[in-house]
Design a protein around this ligand. Structure first.
Ligand SMILES: NCCC[C@H](NC(=O)CCC(=O)O)C(=O)O
Length: 446
């Protein structure tokens, strides 16, 4: 008999240095908003409002803390010396691009924090976590150590939870975490099928690959994660992303597909070999029939899918079907808005659509799905995890007050070298570790 389990969603709390630095070549929004002035306070409040709304609807909602940025240990490792102020000044004056990279609040996109396999799928029946090395982008490659610490603090009991270090940080093992990983299942507590989507085969130069933009995830990385998590051919499927989609700005699979339960919602351009992917899932899925909700180019052109982030939505169970939690931009693009109206009035599994305003994050290429890490937990595992990070009315109030007290309402590239900003961040994060009860996870606290 399957255990009762829930899908808990852990959203990344937006950090106080949220800014638009244009760091992600291949991510259209990041490039087109380069050097716009950001509003970190609004960004964090938008994220908290999303978490609160979903928690109020009865979903298990948690929060992952932001990291210390600018990250002084990285600047020191790159040879910047002296007091913190001197290090910051030297970086700001001589290497503003490096300072921007170590100042990114990119840990908000927790779909890239880790890959998580639920205990119903793994050989040792524990929940397995591997933080993503994010080696494709320097600003993101510095996330995994602190992410690993936070995940260990939240899921500490090794009777239930297994933590692996990130894969080797080289392009051959480029790993972007759950953004390229979807689980199909009957009930959450039933054994499922884990779909790993990769952009490129690293050790075969002849294999199909994008021409314009980088493929961030390799097959070899996905296979390594599956091995580490104790998955087998019976419950893991590996599928190549369509290289043309990557070249059109689909830098992660979660920009073009999302799955929940027995349903895979995807664009026809998502996979290199769509027929094989569906057949591989169907032959492994037990207890349920796969519902493939396919969106054609005629319904939604690929560029509209990328601009609206239609597929970067959360697909959530409701009492009478499934709800698609979409970013506001989906209602601003005609083809997408029309498609959504048809979708919910049709016979398929997706029965409602709700709009979430995460514009500050969207302008860096992060929609509702990028902002959350899914962790399927059975009742014992939910009881065993650290409860201080789970969203309640009280935690929402505390975090909102905390953001109001510590965050700026505008931030430009010039502000990143301000020593006051670093001080504000450390003070805020020190207080936050207390609020969340996670202990010391930041370098400045060790
Ligand atoms: N899953 C969504 C990730 C978005 C993220 N954007 C960024 O890092 C842009 C940051 C900037 O350009 O300032 C990325 O591309 O990895």
């Amino acid at each position: 008999m399957a255990r009762h389990a829930v899908e808990a969603n852990f959203d990344g709390l937006v950090g106080p240095t949220h800014n638009y630095a244009g760091l992600s070549w291949g991510n259209v929004a990041s490039k087109s908003n380069v050097h716009a002035v950001s509003n970190p306070k609004e960004a964090a409040l938008q994220g908290l409002a999303k978490m609160k709304r979903l928690a109020d609807r009865g979903y298990v909602q948690g929060v992952l803390p932001p990291h210390e940025r600018p990250h002084l240990p990285t600047l020191r490792a790159l040879g910047f010396e002296g007091t913190d102020e001197q290090v910051l000044r030297a970086a700001a004056e001589n290497h503003p691009s490096i300072l921007a990279a170590v100042s990114s609040a990119s840990t908000m996109w927790t779909a890239n924090a880790a890959t998580v396999s639920p205990s119903a799928d793994t050989a040792d029946h524990r929940v397995h976590f591997t933080p993503a090395n994010l080696s494709a982008k320097f600003h993101r490659s510095i996330e995994h150590r602190v992410t690993g610490r936070a995940l260990k603090a939240m899921f500490a009991d090794d009777a239930y939870f297994a933590h692996h270090p990130a894969l080797p940080s080289v392009s051959q093992f480029g790993d972007e975490g759950a953004a390229n990983h979807t689980r199909l299942c009957n009930g959450y507590g039933d054994p499922g099928v884990e779909l790993f989507v990769y952009g490129q085969v690293a050790f075969n130069e002849q294999a199909p690959a994008p021409k314009r933009y980088p493929a961030r995830q390799t097959l070899e990385a996905s296979q390594a994660i599956a091995r580490l998590h104790g998955l087998t051919d019976r419950n893991a499927v590996f599928a190549q992303q369509n290289p043309d989609a990557i070249d059109a700005g689909v830098f992660h699979n979660d920009v073009i597909a999302v799955g929940n339960g027995n349903t895979l919602f995807y664009h026809e351009m998502a996979f290199l070999d769509e027929g094989r992917v569906l057949a591989d899932i169907r032959s492994r899925l037990t207890g349920a029939e796969l519902e493939a909700v396919r969106v054609s180019r005629d319904q939604v052109p690929l560029e509209d899918a990328v601009a609206s982030y239609l597929f970067n939505s959360q697909l959530l169970n409701t009492p009478d079907g499934m709800m698609l939690a979409v970013p506001g931009e989906c209602r601003e693009i005609d083809s997408v808005s029309r498609y959504l109206d048809d979708l919910v009035s049709g016979p398929g599994p997706i029965t409602s659509v709700e709009v979430f305003d995460v514009k500050q994050s969207m302008r860096n290429g992060g929609g509702p799905a990028c902002l959350r890490l899914r962790v399927v937990l059975n009742d014992d595992e939910l009881n065993a995890m650290h409860p201080g990070v789970l969203m309640t009315d009280a935690l929402y109030q505390r975090l909102t007050t905390w953001v109001e007290a510590h965050y700026r309402d505008q931030l430009s590239q010039e502000d990143l070298g301000d020593p006051m900003l670093l001080e504000e961040v450390r003070k805020a994060l020190d207080e936050l570790s207390g609020i969340l009860g996670l202990g010391s996870i930041y370098d400045f606290q060790l």
